[in-house]
Design a protein around this ligand. Sequence first.
Ligand code: RP5
Length: 183
Amino acid sequence: MPRKVAGSQNRSSSKISNQQSAISNPLVAVIMGSKSDWETMRHADEMLTEFGVAHECHVMSAHRTPQLASEFSAGAAARGLEIIIAAAGGAAHLAGVVAAHTTLPVLGVPMKSDALNGMDSLLATVQMPAGIPVGTLAIGKPGATNAALLAVAILANSRPELRIKLEEFRKRQEQKVRAATLP
Ligand code: RP5
C-alpha cells in the first residue's frame, strides 16, 4: 500500500504520527472513507497526539478502494496495530468491512452527511450482524474525539502511564466545568 508521511495541512492521503518515540510503531490506525472526512477526523488525530499515542491516518474506502481496505485491515494486526478507528459517511460500510477482516477492536465513527445529517452513516455503521462487532461512537466531531479517548482507554489497560494521563484529562475537564461562569 503506498503511504506518505504527511501533515494535516497538506493534500496527501495518509499521515503518520509517532509521538511516543522515534522508533515506536503505530498502535492506532485512523482511517476514513474520503478526504472530506478529515475535517471531522482530525479531532481523533489531535486527541491521540495529545495523549502521545503513536498512530497513523489514511484515506481508504469500502466502495471506491475495496481491495486496499481489505488488505489494510487483514494485515493490521501483523503490523502491530492494536485498534482501528474507521470513519465513513452515507452508506458507511468501512468500519464493518474492516471488522470483517480483522479481530482487532474496530471503533466506527459515523460522519455527518449532507443528505440525512448522519443518520444514514450512524445506522450503516452501528447495525452490524451478530459476530462481527463494531463499537460505534456518536455522529461527527464528538464521535471522532471519543473514538480516540476510547482507544486510549483500551490501550491503558496494559499501559499504566496512559491510565494516569486519562485520569489527569478527566480532572482537567471537570475543573473546566466547575469553573464555568455564565454571562
Ligand atoms: C463516504 O462518502 C465518505 O466517508 C464520505 O463521508 C462520503 C462522501 O465522500 P466524498 O464524496 O466527499 O468523497 O464514503
